[in-house]
Structure formats: structure tokens, C-alpha cells
Design a binder for this molecule. Sequence first.
Ligand SMILES: NC(=O)c1ccc[n+]([C@@H]2O[C@H](COP(=O)([O-])OP(=O)(O)OC[C@H]3O[C@@H](n4cnc5c(N)ncnc54)[C@H](O)[C@@H]3O)[C@@H](O)[C@H]2O)c1
Ligand SMILES: [Zn+2]
Ligand SMILES: [Zn+2]
Length: 335
Amino acid sequence: MPVAGPGEAAVQIRYGGICGSDLHYWRHGRVGDFYLREPLVLGHEVVGTRLDDGVPVAVYPATVCGQCPSCREGRANLCAAVRYLGSAALMPHVQGGLADVLVVPADQVVPLPAGLDLLTAAVAEPASVAWHAVSRIGDVRGAAVLVAGAGPIGALVVAALRTAGAGYVVVTDMASAPLERAKALGADAVVDVAGMTPDDVAAAVRGEYGVDAAVESSGTSAGLGACVRAVRRGGRVVSLGLLPPGDSPFPGNLVVTREIELVGTFRFQQPQFREVLDALADGSLQTGPVVSHVLAATEVAEAFPLAGDPNLSGKVLLDLAAGGAADGATDGAAR
Ligand SMILES: NC(=O)c1ccc[n+]([C@@H]2O[C@H](COP(=O)([O-])OP(=O)(O)OC[C@H]3O[C@@H](n4cnc5c(N)ncnc54)[C@H](O)[C@@H]3O)[C@@H](O)[C@H]2O)c1
Ligand SMILES: [Zn+2]
Ligand SMILES: [Zn+2]
């Protein structure tokens, strides 16, 4: 049982989301350039109750240095010395949150706003990724936006675009179940791009002049190519999906001749995490069908393959409190 030291808090974890990076560590022992050099507890999408007072909380997963140029210019999501839960980037690794009890710096433990339950709050981490990505577009009120890829992250981008007041949201994917979830979250149009070239995709989504902005959420260079082709002249592409290792081809000449603004987006800052929790609490951010399954921690061997198949699942949560013989509450069933 880990014990909180000075300035730390212990959290009894209730729900933890399984993320693409967790799946990479599980399948390949690595994510991009980070590979396992010692045992690693996975998980960075966790909520629970603070042990000392029982208050329901969400855990902000980044410990930032406060000293580096990024921290000092108010972009702590780019901290050069960040420690992120459940990551092999550093040695020793930063152990993650899919555990009974997690000890973190006390200022990373955020009490849930009134009226927000732990299950709804469990998507706060990936929703904050989406929230920050949408903020990288700028003012989206009334704008036409393409979201390429409707996995859990793309679906949450759709939800965040709705909250931010986008006028028209069109979503692509090559699997039907993610497109159904995107529709349920308020996408105006969905396009199944299986077998289509990036040019075909762009033609199908851009309308007369092109969409105002696009968020690449598939992690493929085909998705990025479609986004660059689909935005209008002077439009903005936010590159969110992590591309395969190495260099990725994209239509660079269109970036030049159409003055397309191609920007990255990476994680989020703690104030945005709090904004997302508030928006989940007051209902202005609706993530309903994003979570497709809640499994007991004892069913982890089923939960990981399930989380890895976009046709079978959206976001899969583990319930760290379930799984006892008497507990049939989650039972691996779809919610
Ligand atoms: N930048 C960040 O801070 C950040 C944070 C978290 C995740 N990510 C990345 O975001 C991406 C999405 O995460 P996820 O968990 O939703 O992943 P996911 O794999 O569950 O979803 C990707 C979706 O894209 C679809 N797809 C594949 N090729 C496509 C194409 N050419 N066009 C349209 N759709 C296509 C897939 O069918 C799938 O539904 C991943 O690359 C992940 O690494 C980035
Ligand atoms: Zn994640
Ligand atoms: Zn820093």
C-alpha cells in the first residue's frame, strides 16, 4: 500500500480508461521512442476518491517542472521535464494509475465539481486532449470542421467542437461503429472512407471552398493528407493523432500555395482539465456514447483486446472496485 509523503495525496482509484498508448505498451512494450526497461503499471486516465477524506477526485496526470521555457511561457503541456503517469519515457519509469491506490503530488488531485459522478468524470483526461486540440483551432463558433478518425479521441473532439459552438462537423472513419458513435455525439455528417484516396475524401467533405478547419485524429498520414486537402485556403489543420515513427508524407505544396496553417496539439494543461470537469458537470460537454464498456479489473485480459478493436468498442474503462465474487454490477456488459 503506497503511502502519501509530504505534499502528496493518496487516491483510491475507481475507474481507469484504457488508452492507445497503454495498448502499445501492452502489445509491443513500447510507444514511439519509449520502451519498457522495467515493469510498468499502466494508466493515466484515472478517477477515484481521496483516501484521507473520501472526496471524489480526478487525477491530473502530468507533473511539470515549472522552470523550463515552456512552463514559464504558460504552455506547461510542453514541459521539457514532464513526468506523465504510466510512462516509460524516464528511468525509473513513472508508474501509472491502474492500481488500487495511487500517490501523486497533492496539487494534481482535483476534487470533482458538485453533481459530477466518477463514471462521467472518467473521460476527463482524453476529453481534455480533445478540448485542447479544439482550442488550437481558435474561435470555432459557426465554423465547418472536419474530424478525421472517430476513435475515442476523435469522438471527444466532436463533443468538444459541439461545446465550442462549431457550426458544422463532418467526421470520417473507415469503420462503421466509430461513425455511429460520432453521429450520436452530434456530428452533422459522417463519411466512411474505406477504400477512398485522400483526394476522394477531400472531395466528399469539403463542399465548394473547403472546410474552415480539420482535426487529424486517426494517427495516419492518409488522414493528415485528407485534412490538408479538405480545408479551405488559409484554413487550419490541427495534427492530433500520433503518426507512425519516422517521417510521414503529406501534401506539402498545398500548405504552401493555400497558406494552410498546420499546427500540432499535445495533451493539455491543468486549467483545461478543470474546465473539462466543469463542462462535464454542468452538461455543456456531452460524451454519452464515448464510453462503450466498463469491465472489472479482474477482466483486464479481455478488456485490452476489446479496447484495441474500434469495431467492438469506444473507450473501455476498468472498474478497480468491481470484480469480487458478489459483484455483478458491470459484468463486462455494454452500458
Ligand atoms: N496529441 C495528443 O496529445 C494525443 C493524446 C492522446 C492520443 N493521441 C493520438 O490520437 C489518435 C487517436 O486516438 P484514439 O484513441 O481515438 O485512437 P484509435 O486508434 O482508437 O482511433 C483511430 C480511428 O481512426 C480510424 N482511421 C484509421 N485510418 C483512418 C483514415 N485514413 N481516415 C479516417 N479515419 C481513419 C480508425 O478506424 C479508428 O477508428 C492516436 O494516434 C493517438 O496516439 C494524441
Ligand atoms: Zn490516454
Ligand atoms: Zn517544465
